[in-house]
Write a protein that binds this ligand. Structure first.
Ligand code: DLL
Length: 431
């Protein structure tokens, strides 16, 4: 199922010349309408005339999240407010959020890209889509909502939370697709088990999960528990929201919709890296009118590949996001991402994928404690058995994540559950 075959399977050369044309257009628009970009380009001694196409991308300035903050709230909008019909903002743990404005054309294009995403997951007009991403300033709920409507599915706009009600409606309304964070999908699966709802009572067949990092192991776990295909979707509010990229049924990375976004992977020295190398994912928006961005540094670490995909889509794919550069923990000089810890934990039998990472400092030494829940069948095990399990977890953490962590086994159901983006790390160190 391909929503827009002309665009999604467009030959590479044709796609590139479309990008060339659209890049020239967006550069001209921001130069004329956004003082921030005009100044940045003047500083670099360039004008829109210097940008002939994608080959000149490295001449353009980067945009950082801080630039959005400095121009808070509407300083990067490229059109007068009368043209803006929607405003979203990302939560931002400290200070002011970063804001994004959309014209009606932007909303229309977003719905189109989310429709592509729905088709990637095999979701069409016969489907009942339960949207359990939060509705509001967060882009997850409304993004999924408009995409599901665009393909003609029946949308249940649940928003996040209220787990018992989610399950009741999932069963009663016969939801066939679920949109939420992977951690909430896991939470729902567990609650289903506890409520004694067996898989034959629900009709779910696919999940469109994203907004936070997750692992291949977690995918398997969720797929088994819910009896579905669990697919990865990526996006960020500054660039659009969910649907910047989406995995197809081949499950080999997420297609970035290159007719709308120009991705680059940037290395430590600010250089554009070739496909296959890991770096900071960076986007230039090619068709946004409300708030176009040039070379926006997401700080999400990943790898791009342009190996042909069996699905026939020609758009470049991004691998799983390893983590954000600012999520990386440095424990006694060792760099570790929460996703590596998740991977290490899910190799071990006897525990559940509910975990929390507590980092602290004792004297001048960093400590890391990994709390993880026991599977219920382990609860009756002997002390010796539990000690051996702890040891296996520590070994797995040492070999897969290269850290020496303390491990605490917790009773099933005792660690906090997520309803949106999971908060798995508690860093108690004072810097
Ligand atoms: O999380 C948009 C979204 C909603 C994406 C629903 C997918 C589904 P923000 O709140 O601005 O927007 O957060 C963006 O979340 O820079 C990544 O660090 C992370 N992220 C999003 N999707 C994924 C994913 C939405 N599939 C930030 N895997 C991004 C890993 C993801 N990280």
């Amino acid at each position: 199922m391909i929503w827009n075959p002309t665009m999604e399977t467009m030959p590479k050369e044709q796609l590139r010349s479309l990008q060339d044309e659209r890049l020239r257009d967006v550069v001209r628009r921001v130069y004329e309408n956004v003082a921030f970009y005009r100044h940045k380009m003047q500083e670099k001694g360039i004008t829109p005339m210097d940008i002939r196409g994608v080959c000149d991308i490295e001449k353009l300035p980067f945009t950082e999240k801080q630039d959005l903050r400095d121009n808070y709230p509407f300083g990067l909008f490229a059109l007068p407010q009368s043209e803006i019909i929607r405003i979203h903002a990302s939560s931002g743990t400290t200070g002011k959020p970063s804001v994004a404005g959309y014209t009606s054309g932007d909303i229309d294009r977003w719905a189109e890209l989310m429709a592509r995403a729905m088709y990637c997951a095999g979701v069409g007009k016969e489907d009942v889509v339960q949207v359990a991403y939060g509705y509001g300033l967060f882009t997850g709920g409304l993004g999924a909502h408009y995409g599901a409507e665009r393909v003609g599915a029946s949308v249940i706009p649940m928003s996040g939370g209220n787990t018992a009600r989610q399950l009741m409606l999932m069963e009663d309304f016969g939801s066939t697709a679920l949109c939420c964070t992977p951690s909430y999908a896991l939470n729902l699966a567990e609650a289903m088990e506890q409520a004694g709802i067996t898989l034959d009572r629900i009709k779910l067949k696919s999940g469109i999960f994203g907004a936070e990092p997750w692992t291949e192991d977690m995918r398997k776990h969720i797929e088994e528990k819910l009896g579905i295909d669990a697919l990865n979707i990526y996006g960020l509010s500054e660039v659009m929201g969910p649907g910047v990229s989406m995995e197809c049924m081949c499950k080999q990375g997420m297609h970035i919709w290159e007719d709308h976004f120009l991705p680059e992977v940037i290395g430590d020295k600010g250089e554009s890296l070739p496909y296959g190398e890991q770096g900071d994912l960076t986007f230039t928006t090619l068709t946004k009118h409300g708030m176009p961005l040039l070379r926006y540094r997401t700080h999400d670490l990943c790898v791009l590949t342009d190996e042909p995909c069996p699905c026939g889509r020609t758009h470049v794919r991004m691998g799983r996001v390893m983590g954000r550069t600012d999520d990386m923990l440095i424990i006694r000089g060792v760099n570790v991402f929460p996703s590596q810890i998740e991977h290490a934990l899910l190799q071990v039998q006897g525990i559940e994928p509910h975990y929390r990472i507590v980092v602290d400092r004792v004297g001048s030494l960093d400590t890391i404690l990994v709390e993880v829940e026991l599977s219920s069948w382990m609860m009756s095990d002997t002390v010796k058995g539990l000690e051996a399990l702890e040891e296996r977890i520590m070994n797995s953490l040492a070999s897969h994540a290269l850290i020496h962590a303390q491990v605490k086994l917790c009773q099933p159901g005792t660690l906090p559950r997520s309803e949106g983006k999971a908060k798995r790390v508690e860093d108690r160190r004072k810097f």
